[in-house]
Design a protein around this ligand. Structure first.
Ligand code: NAD
Ligand code: DAU
Length: 352
């Protein structure tokens, strides 16, 4: 029986990961530690909340006492650190919290794990691992050619990506200095169920359904490399069990699309299947994001060759599954877009 301490498990990828893992593995225990910020939502975990293998603790990853308590009360085998401030636009308007959660929070987790797992000088309980969930954004931006590999130099541009790169360097330092067993995974843009509608795909789905303008930043020809969230969860599972300690693994499925292509795909699906009054007239090109990275593209050869990972969901299938999920879960969308979200939207998009 392995015990996973999953941080940020009430967010988009974390909740998908918990659901995926409990379905995939019988003999595991998952402790979900989440501060429940605006992005955390326990409704995501309704399907597993009564599973005896699952428990939830509301805590901040920066809270040394709370995290130490979790380690002392449980035989934790793996830490999977999803907890983060994850939205680039928010990091541009308010960087401080990104440093606190993403950098200091990660260092706090490293300190607690190191203390709890230590059985001698730089010697740890057998089989333990710290997995840091990172992002391709730490590599910066690509031109029209080439891909990010694990040896691409770090060159983050936004406060968000800088905070994630800093966290990665601390995780590496704890391996290089104290031999703490760890892996870092760097994934491209995820999409799928439970993604908070501040991100491109759910924001556009929600706006099309509500006949609201679709705010495309700049010319909309920026490229992101989209991966269905379940394929990301599968990769993390494989890295935990098979990844060589100290190694970085890039995760991506060669699904590069321009933002404009994504927006038009969503419009067309909804026009053909839900509401024929919507159309491209809803698109509005707005002021570009500051320091906007032009293109991301992952080279996933290492994880494919070493661990046999491959993505199972082609974009055409994944995007339809995702739109359908948002159509079938209007209550969830209603809930997360009421209150605070309205203020956020107003601040971010009015006068843009
Ligand atoms: P999210 O914003 O949907 O969820 C973040 C979760 O972390 C929320 O549940 C929130 O309550 C929790 N959290 C925030 N601050 C916390 C704190 N101080 N203590 C405890 N919990 C806290 O994010 P996501 O999109 O699910 O991303 C998860 C991770 O994956 C992040 O580390 C992100 O950098 C990384 N990542 C995301 C993507 C993507 O496309 N979304 C791609 C690559 C990597
Ligand atoms: O690449 C992985 C990263 O992907 C993760 O590390 C981040 O946590 C995640 O938020 C995501 O970052 P992006 O900045 O790429 O995602 P976002 O959904 O915010 O934007 C995707 C693209 O769409 C980007 O080029 C900006 C553009 N965009 C976004 C929004 C919200 C728009 O044109 N209009 C919008 O309203």
């Amino acid at each position: 029986m392995k015990t996973y301490l999953v941080t940020g498990g009430a967010g988009f990828i974390g909740s998908n990961f918990i659901i995926y893992m409990l379905k995939k593995h019988k003999d595991i225990k998952i402790i979900n530690v989440d501060a429940l910020t605006y992005a955390g939502n326990l409704e995501n975990l309704k399907s597993v909340e009564n599973d005896p293998r699952y428990s939830f603790v509301q805590a901040d990853i920066c809270d040394r006492q709370a995290i130490n308590k979790l380690f002392s009360e449980n035989e934790v085998d793996y830490v999977v650190n999803f907890a983060a401030e994850s939205h680039v636009d928010r990091s541009i308007s308010d960087p401080d919290i990104f440093v606190k959660t993403n950098v200091l929070g990660t260092v706090n987790l490293l300190n607690c794990a190191r203390a709890a797992w230590s059985v001698g000088d730089d010697v740890y309980k057998p089989g333990v691992k710290f997995l840091q969930v990172s992002t391709d954004e730490v590599y910066g931006s690509l031109g029209p050619e080439g891909y990010f590999t694990e040896t691409t130099p770090l060159d983050p541009h936004s406060p968000y990506s800088s905070s994630k790169a800093s966290a990665d360097l601390f995780v590496k330092a704890y391996h290089d200095t104290y031999k703490l067993p760890m892996n870092i995974t760097r994934c491209s843009n995820n999409y799928g169920p439970y993604q908070f509608p501040e991100k491109l795909i759910p924001l556009m789905i929600n706006n099309v359904l509500n006949h609201k303008e679709l705010p495309v930043y700049g010319d909309g020809m920026q490229i992101r490399d989209w991966l269905y969230v379940e394929d990301h969860c599968k990769a993390i599972d494989m890295v935990i069990s098979g990844g060589k300690a100290g190694e970085v693994y890039n995760i991506g499925g060669h699904n590069e699309r321009t933002n404009l292509f994504i927006v038009k795909t969503i419009i067309n699906y909804i026009k053909e299947n839900v509401d024929d009054t919507v159309g491209e007239h809803l698109i509005r090109h707005v002021k570009d994001r500051k320091g906007h990275d032009r293109r991301y593209g992952i080279d996933p050869e290492k994880i494919k060759n070493e661990l046999g990972w491959y993505p199972e969901t082609p974009f055409e299938k994944g995007i339809v599954k995702t739109i359908k999920w948002y159509l079938e879960n209007r209550d969830w969308v209603e809930h997360v877009t009421s209150g605070e979200y309205q203020k956020y939207y107003e601040k971010m998009y009015s006068n843009r």
